[in-house]
Ligand binder design. Sequence first.
Ligand code: PHE
Length: 342
Amino acid sequence: MINKFKSHFKNVQNFKTESQIDLENFRIKYLGKKGIITDLFKLFKDIDQKDKKSYGKALNDLKKEVNHKIELISKKLKSQQKISNKNFDLSRPGFPFEIGSSHPISIVKNKIIDIFSKIGFGMSEGPEIEDDWHNFTALNLPKYHPARDMQDTFFIKSNPEFLLRTHTSSVQVRYMEEKTPPIRVISPGRVYRNEAISSRSHCIFHQIEGLYINKKVSFSELKQTIIYFTKSLFGKSKIRLRPSYFPFTEPSAEVDIYWGLKSEVDHRITKGTGWLEIMGCGMVDPNVLSNCKINPDEYSGFAFGMGIERIAMLLYQIEDIRMFYENDIRFISQFKKSNFLN
Ligand code: PHE
């Protein structure tokens, strides 16, 4: 009997495996319901009383040895598994990760802010829901002024003193009220006008306006600033200023740049003239300065404003303004910064 235990003991001690399945079979062979140890336990009741003690001890030793072996091997197998998990090739290319791109309006807006920041202009933003004072009255557009009709306005139904701003000039009023000259500021933002939606116009669009107030600011400084801007953004410096009218500037002008007539598209977008209108501008009306508590006898200034969509449509040759708001991923993912502007 003792010899039988010895040989089992030896088999257990010598058992080796690299596989989880073999280890499980080993466990079943010894500890399973019909396993060796279970059988040996069953024999216990038939053993002579005097041998019971040594039999029991040998059986327990064998069981301990089996458990010990199982524990040892399963630990080993687990640690091997960990190592093989660690064995990734870290230099392998990863799964492609889609990086988003900026919206073309943001790209153009940031580019314009950048251009003006190089000549000392800061940036200021204001609310999209405005009051009558900042959008109209302070800008030399008192109630019932006919020029209010130039900007078809969305009023807030419950209180028509408030409206969706029709231009970002309202931000400039806020800025002038708060700061003292010299002022050099650019204000970009979304504006709203009750216009029919077509490929050329929308009821929501973006503007960017500039304001410079100082002592003895002249019209020629305005012109030079615009030339610097068109050269930086379009690489073109041939411009012309056409007399125009805005209630908040006097004199006022519209700026055209000479775009050229090289391609068929050039012909189409300039209607065969080679010239393109890009912004409105003028010398700030003295009434506006007084409304904002700036002494017009001491200070003068210029302002200009343009539609960001219009500029983006020119730069990227986009033919339909509605594309900007449809969020079609096929459209907006084309505008990687490096594609056009950098
Ligand atoms: N606010 C004007 C508009 O919306 C543009 C402009 C700004 C014109 C500043 C002159 C000076 O059309």
